[in-house]
Design a protein. Structure first.
Length: 384
């Protein structure tokens, strides 16, 4: 028996007697969990979800959902609010732009690598920089690098988060290698070209897997838009990459290619945003975060900025200021879009009626099972 065991035995002698007593060592808090600290000011710290203490049971009083014919579980949220911080939507933008740039670089490399060498090189560097920044943002959200490495201990295609971690790692390695070897000749140049093509292959899923990740959660507004949200993220990633490229010096041919790439992305982004809004509004309460509050304001502003950027792109003339202004507006709109979707998810989880009404309408999990997880106001289960 060690000295620690002997000390525990003196403090709790019964624990080492009959088998029905609990070993006090089970209650010792150790490891990574012991490092967690509860914020002293929970109202002001991101990631904490404070609840007010009620003086009465809400569902039996005037403010309860049952009195309004829409019962909830004591007006408490049925799902937990995401604990992600600002770094996550920032990663959505950085990773998306990096992936879309890598795709364009690979296509330009295949089409005419000699004449479009400058565009290929810029695309590779945007892909490498965006992937590196995205990795840093993920580490910022997770807290330390070891947690990011732990996500690569297994390979699980059924998990969007695990698969996304592998996609990011592969894309980051390949785009960085291709960027560093962009001007190399001979064997090293061939290695760089191969890495550029492979980076483009990983760039496409990198530009949109985060939307799949969001859609596979229980957050009502993310779940309701699972078919249209990936299209929104991919098209917005294309617009983001084009906007960043338009801020660089391009040849006349490269400028035409980037211009068309950006217009296609912006048109797709606005069309997909309309589809996302439509899917969310199938159940009015679920789509509320996209119409009201902080997330609603961000959502409307992002569409306005993208629309303004598209307008400048379609206006006749090749004035440098027009291209730069359109690029800045497109970049701001794409960033704001990610934060709008992020905050809409947080607001959606805080509204218990969004979850319950989505289920009663036969949406969400009911679409897969054919039977809603909650009963309707008349006591019968709602069937989709």
């Amino acid at each position: 028996m060690t000295g620690e065991d002997d000390a525990l035995k003196r403090r709790a002698p019964d624990a080492y007697g009959e088998g029905r007593f609990i070993d006090p060592r089970v209650g010792l808090l150790g490891g990574e969990a012991s490092e967690q600290v509860v914020p002293s000011d929970r109202d002001r710290v991101e990631g904490s979800v404070p609840f007010d203490v009620w003086g009465e049971v809400r569902s039996r009083g005037g403010g309860g959902g049952r009195a309004a014919g829409r019962p909830t579980y004591y007006d408490r949220p049925a799902t937990k609010e995401p604990t992600w911080v600002w770094a996550v939507p920032a990663y959505f933008y950085a990773g998306g732009a990096a992936g879309a740039a890598a795709v364009l670089g690979a296509v330009a490399q295949v089409a005419d690598q000699e004449d479009l060498h400058g565009l290929v090189k810029r695309c590779r560097w945007i892909g490498a920089t965006g992937s590196a920044v995205g990795t840093a943002l993920l580490i910022e959200d997770l807290g330390k690098p070891s947690r990011a490495l732990n996500m690569l201990r297994v390979f699980r295609p059924s998990s969007p988060m695990n698969l996304g971690s592998w996609i990011l790692s592969a894309a980051s390695t390949l785009t960085t290698g291709s960027a560093l070897l962009a001007d190399a000749d001979g064997s090293l140049g061939a290695v760089g070209d191969t890495a550029g093509l492979a980076g483009g292959a990983f760039g496409l899923p990198l530009s949109g897997y985060t939307a799949v990740l969001l859609s596979n959660t229980a957050v009502p507004v993310w779940q309701a838009t699972r078919r249209s949200l990936p299209l929104l993220f991919v098209s917005s990633a294309v617009a983001s990459a084009a906007s960043l490229l338009e801020l660089t010096d391009l040849t006349e041919r490269e400028e035409r290619i980037v211009h068309r790439y950006g217009v296609a992305g912006k048109v797709g982004e606005l069309a997909a945003a309309t589809a996302v809004q439509r899917d969310a509004d199938v159940v009015e309460r679920v789509g509320k975060p996209l119409r009201e509050g902080l997330s609603g304001a961000l959502w409307r502003t992002s569409k306005a900025l993208t629309g303004a950027s598209l307008t400048l792109s379609l206006l006749p003339g090749k004035a440098p200021w027009k291209r730069k202004a359109g690029a800045l507006l497109g970049t701001a709109g794409a960033i704001m879009l990610r934060f709008a979707v992020f905050h809409a998810g947080k607001a959606s989880t805080k509204d218990p009626r969004a979850t319950f009404e989505q289920q009663r309408a036969g949406r969400g999990g009911a679409e897969a099972t054919g039977v809603a997880a909650v009963t309707g106001p008349d006591g019968r289960r709602a069937v989709g």
